[in-house]
Design a protein around this ligand. Structure first.
Ligand code: NAD
Ligand code: DAU
Length: 338
């Protein structure tokens, strides 16, 4: 058996990954280390909370002692998802981004090194490469040119991992993925926000001219990629993941209107995001060549399934919209103490 510390397992991709790895690999124990920010939701993992190979520790990656203690429970690898992840929030206040994404990563790296861990995967993003014009793709060799406080903090973390690999022979690997969609995504990001607004006949705010392009990948394909990197990736290497599915925000919005059978009058053009990156597009041939990974979920199907998931989980969204989900952990705790 191998014990993996998954950080940020209560968020969108982390919770999908915990589900994925528990099902995929019977030789893995998962310790989920998450401090439950606004984006962490225990309801995302309610179905595995009593799983014999799963354990939750509420802890903050910026707490050196807490991280050391969690690793001390028999952890052999770290797969690091925990981060502040929303660009718009980073524009309002970069403080939590620098703290969690950069300082948190440094603390994890030091603790992993001190404990002589076998492997460390840094889950990063294509946003560290900056923005593309109408042509071209991000490869693993594209120079880092982050444009937002969020992407700058993720790039800083990636560079720390690189520095530890080169200086200490640290067993670190980095993944950089494009925009994910799927179940359990917090309804502040484009797809879940628009689905949940449209389901309530509320308008959807399209930034600027709506022509910014994102490369969409189903979260399950991203999780499969992170798992392959953890199992088979070469230490010190970076692996890009993307869905080969470029859409303008307007195209995507029209597809959602069609799936949900809603009128175009629900589109509301709003002021653009400051510094808004125009286009992301990932060249993921390295992961295909070296890891035998491919994006498998067709976008049309994945998007329909995602809409259906939100339609079937209205209580999950309502609990977030009302803030009720924030009381979930406290309530569980009080019930246990009784
Ligand atoms: P998310 O915001 O949904 O979840 C983040 C999780 O991390 C939450 O559970 C939160 O409680 C936890 N967390 C935050 N700060 C923490 C801290 N200091 N200590 C412990 N836990 C903390 O994020 P997501 O969209 O699931 O993204 C996960 C990772 O994947 C991030 O590193 C992000 O940069 C990266 N990524 C995201 C996407 C995407 O499209 N969402 C694409 C590529 C890469
Ligand atoms: O590319 C990977 C990144 O994708 C991840 O690293 C980030 O964590 C993740 O949040 C995501 O970043 P984006 O900024 O691309 O995602 P977001 O859903 O915020 O926005 C997608 C596009 O939609 C972007 O061009 C901005 C636009 N948008 C977004 C929102 C929330 C709107 O037009 N209206 C909105 O209300």
């Amino acid at each position: 058996m191998h014990t993996v510390l998954v950080t940020g397992g209560c968020g969108f991709i982390g919770s999908n990954f915990v589900h994925y790895i528990l099902e995929k690999d019977p030789e893995v124990n998962v310790v989920n280390f998450d401090c439950l920010t606004y984006a962490g939701n225990l309801a995302n993992l309610a179905d595995v909370s009593a799983h014999p190979r799963y354990r939750f520790i509420r802890g903050d990656i910026t707490d050196r002692e807490g991280v050391r203690a969690a690793i001390g429970t028999g952890v052999q690898s770290i797969i690091h998802f925990a981060a502040e992840s929303h660009v718009d929030r980073s524009i309002q206040d970069s403080g939590p981004f620098v703290k969690s994404n950069i300082v948190g990563t440094q603390i994890l790296l030091d603790a992993a090194r001190a404990a002589n861990l076998q492997r460390y995967v840094q889950v990063s993003t294509d946003e560290v490469y900056g923005s593309l014009g109408e042509t071209g793709y991000f490869t693993e060799e594209t120079p880092l040119a982050p444009n937002s406080p969020y992407s700058a903090s993720k790039a800083g973390a990636d560079l720390l991992v690189r520095g530890y690999v080169h200086t200490y022979g640290f067993p670190g690997l980095i993944t950089r993925c494009s925009n994910n969609y799927g179940p359990y995504q917090f309804p502040e990001k484009l797809i879940p926000l628009f689905i949940s607004n449209l389901m309530r006949d509320q308008q959807v705010p399209v930034y600027g001219d709506g022509k910014n392009v994102r490369d969409w990948i189903h979260v399950r394909d991203h999780c499969a990629g992170v798992y392959r990197v953890w199992k088979e990736g070469k230490v010190g290497e970076v692996y890009n993941f993307g869905g080969r599915c470029e859409k303008t925000n307007l195209e995507l919005t029209h597809t959602l209107l069609k799936i949900l059978n809603k009128p175009e009058s629900l589109i509301k053009y709003v002021k653009d995001r400051p510094g808004h990156d125009r286009r992301y597009a990932i060249d993921c041939r390295k992961a295909e060549r070296e890891l035998g990974w491919h994006p498998e979920v067709p976008f049309e199907q994945g998007l329909r399934d995602t809409v259906q998931w939100y339609q079937e989980h209205t209580a999950w969204v309502d609990n977030i919209r009302t803030g009720e989900y924030l009381k979930y952990y406290e309530r569980q705790y009080v019930e246990r103490e009784r």
